[in-house]
Design a protein around this ligand. Structure first.
Ligand code: 3H9
Length: 703
């Protein structure tokens, strides 16, 4: 053998075939999650051919090597031309027509195409901690390998719709009750599956889900499902297709339903919505990787946490740790503030218990992990201390100086500031390497985003520990650099300016908000302002003006605040709130805007909803491009993750950067120029090169 051939790596064998006596075992080895990548169908089909032609094989077991069964189609192959895509449907068709019993042996998760493959087998067995489900809707597609036709044939229409529209998996025990799993295996899965296969080796006719009838069809069930998705999946394509296909399963033979399912899958897969959701799926996982922090960086152990401030933010932050069993000491300046804070935390837990999502025993367990204190000395043993007091640099500096004195060596000192300079805060300590920003979003026990603010001297160890911790407490951590507002809040500034500008030039606030609803945002900029309190922005602009010595720039929204209309909390802001939180356009504000325009000599013009939407969405993205170029965000996709998980940007648009890429950056630049907005230099460059933000990310990551 020449040295050349010796060095050529053998093509990986993704499916291994082995014998357990009269049972042929096909093991899929495609780490990390055994996705259905090219090579897997070929391996499975070859294994089935082997079983078919060998009379000594009485049954086949299909099992996943490593940590899981098959987690679905390989999402990375969705961009491949149709003819190169792995043939999952053909593999399942072969299983469905197979003349010897086939048994799927499930551990970990059987998801999407993985579960569809299992449903194509004659039988399914699983470990007791396994989970099965069809999460395709979360990727903007539908189960495209028989799932929409087979699942209702097992669990009935109602349950099938529930599973496929939520995308949530069910545990093995529930799957057994539903008839999706034939047996739960105690002990070794492979041995259990082989024993099961032997028991059913002579069963004839073989059970085939495709031959069953669909139960539970009624026009009301479908009507209710269609009504339901208008709220849960507003503006999305694939949930409606899923309902149509389940209805079809009740009307036409399996083969016909299966054929149409294949076509609809392609339609959904090629939609911008699915591209957006797939983008976010990978972006979320990518965000956990910190470019210059090695995976092997040592982590610090976080066994106890201290929180300073028992207000809304501090309380919410503390709950994150209590929820995962980490004891928290919470410090306040007065007994009254402490009692109030603890009372709110308890009430939050009790409300969750009332909804049946937490037992009363768990409420007590969590409260039992919380130690109230009036003294910083009680933070001496904490591994992580998070300051969550109001935004005042002098106060924060004083706190960090105190922490420097009491915290044990190696403790991580974090600030929850949403806008202040973390370097300046770190500088008052003798251990700036241990100082970091952990910017939680309100309500901190609910919102998934955590901006992890890396100051100049934050150590890699501290960063890596906080990134791991974010996952432990169920957050999506994104590393950002120091600048006013970091990534998320900084991008809001030009966004709000654009919204104000639209109104100034002629749009009504409700039209500006409606444009963002059409994009899929739950709230428009004025609704958001009213909810957060208009006085907050007003105060910070006044503060900035005072510092710079310049007069505060004139703005019509500030005049709203000066009327005492600070938003929902005062019952009026840009909108009136006659009944709770529902905004109602205000004639008074319309007059205010009209007279402001007259005062400034501005002539009113019309804006189409499309222009109003693009002006605002592009204002976000344009600032994002600046942030990216400055290195404040590691990747464009990180910015998308921040906006999807922290600001309600619709995941099916992929975030503001992906949304712009999807429009074509050349078109975006042309639009911005038409609107009189200066495109960010990076945006202009990418547009000239015919690239997208994903190209930019891939170029920087050297992929
Ligand atoms: C489908 O099946 C369509 C069919 O109906 C029809 C076809 C015709 N593909 O999440 P993790 C990667 S649609 C490619 O950190 P965990 C992931 O990017 C599919 N890659 O681990 C990450 O890579 P990296 C339906 C995938 O333990 C690594 O694996 N299926 C896929 O926290 C580890 O992932 C789904 O939607 C994939 N399918 O969670 C399941 N899945 O290390 C999607 C994962 O480079 N997957 N990767 O960053 C999941 O929900 C979770 O990954 C899982 C594991 C629960 C499996």
């Amino acid at each position: 053998m020449s040295s050349d051939t010796a060095q050529t790596p053998a093509p990986p064998r993704l499916v291994q075939s082995s014998r357990e006596g009269d049972v042929l075992v096909l093991t899929i080895h495609n780490p990390p999650v055994n996705a259905f990548s090219p090579g897997v169908p070929e391996g499975l089909k070859a294994g089935l051919d082997e079983a078919e032609s060998d009379d000594s094989v009485r049954a086949v077991v299909i099992i996943g090597g490593g940590r899981t069964f098959i987690a679905g189609a390989d999402i990375k192959t969705f961009n491949l031309p149709r003819e190169q895509a792995p043939d999952l449907r053909g593999t399942i068709a072969k299983l469905d027509g197979f003349q010897k019993p086939t048994v799927a042996a499930i551990h970990g998760t059987a998801l999407g195409g993985g579960f569809e493959l299992a449903l194509g087998c004659s039988y399914r067995v699983a470990t007791k901690d396994a989970q099965v489900g069809l999460p395709e809707v979360k990727l903007g597609v539908l189960p495209g390998a028989g799932g929409t036709q087979r699942l209702p044939r097992v669990v009935g229409v109602q349950k099938a719709l529930e599973m496929m529209l939520s995308g949530n998996p069910v545990k093995a025990s529930q799957a057994k009750e539903l008839g999706l799993i034939d047996e739960i295996v105690e002990g070794d899965l492979l041995q259990g599956a082989v024993a099961f296969a032997r028991r059913v080796a002579d069963a004839r006719p073989l059970p085939r889900i495709s031959e069953r009838e669909v139960e539970g069809a009624s026009p009301e069930v479908f009507a209710a499902a269609r009504e339901g998705i208008r709220k849960t999946h507003r503006g999305q394509l694939s949930p409606g297709l899923i309902i149509d296909l389940v209805e079809l399963a009740t009307q036409v033979p399996f083969d016909e339903g299966h054929r149409i399912e294949g076509e609809k899958f392609m339609e959904a897969k090629d939609s911008p919505q699915s591209r957006g959701l797939r983008h976010i799926f990978f972006a979320e996982r990518e965000a956990a990787k910190i470019a210059d922090v090695d995976r092997s960086t040592p982590r610090r152990e976080i066994r106890t946490v201290g929180v300073i401030g028992a207000g809304t933010m501090g309380g919410g932050i503390a709950m994150n740790f209590l929820n995962v069993g980490v004891p928290v000491t919470i410090v306040e300046t007065s007994q009254e503030a402490l009692d109030r804070g603890l009372g709110i935390i308890r009430r939050n837990y009790e409300n969750t218990a009332k909804k049946g999502r937490l037992s009363l025993e768990d409420v007590e367990k969590r409260m039992g992990l919380l130690t109230p204190s009036l003294s910083y000395d009680d933070l001496a043993g904490a591994d992580l201390i998070i300051e969550a007091v109001f935004e005042d640099m002098a106060v924060k500096k004083a706190i960090f100086a105190k922490l420097d004195a009491v915290a044990k060596p190696g403790a991580i000192l974090a600030t929850n500031t949403s806008t202040l300079d973390v370097n300046e805060i770190a500088a008052v300590t003798g251990r700036p390497g241990d100082v970091i920003g952990l910017h939680f979003f309100s309500p901190a026990n609910v919102m998934r985003l955590l901006e992890i603010v890396r100051a100049d001297q934050t150590s890699p160890e501290v960063l890596a520990t906080c990134m791991d911790l974010s996952k432990k407490i169920g957050k999506v951590g994104v590393v950002v650099g120091v600048c006013p507002g970091f990534v998320g809040n900084r991008m809001l500034v030009p966004y709000r300016d654009q919204a104000n500008e639209l109104v100034l030039r002629g749009a009504r606030p409700q039209d500006v908000d409606a444009a963002m609803h059409a994009l899929g945002m739950p709230m428009g900029p004025f609704e958001m302002g009213d909810m957060a309190g208009l006085d907050i922005g007003y105060a910070s602009r006044r503060e900035a003006a005072k510092k710079s010595g310049e007069p505060m720039p004139d703005d019509w929204v500030d005049r709203v605040v000066e009327l005492g209309r600070k938003g929902q909390k005062t019952g009026a802001g840009v909108y009136d709130y006659p009944e709770g939180r529902r905004p109602v356009p205000s004639p008074l504000i319309e007059e205010l805007i009209e007279s402001y325009r007259a005062e400034k000599g501005i002539e009113r013009r019309e804006f189409t909803p499309d222009e109003a939407m693009k002006r605002q969405a592009y204002a976000l993205m344009n600032e994002g491009a600046r942030i990216l170029e400055e290195g404040i965000a590691q990747r464009a996709s990180d910015i998308d993750v921040i906006y999807v998980f922290g600001y309600g940007f619709p995941a099916y648009r992929g975030g503001p950067m992906q949304y712009a890429s999807e429009q074509g950056l050349k078109n975006v630049v042309a639009d911005l120029e038409r609107y009189g907005i200066e495109p960010a230099p990076l945006l202009r460059r990418l547009a000239e090169e015919g690239k997208t933000f994903t190209d930019y990310d891939q170029g920087r990551m050297g992929r």
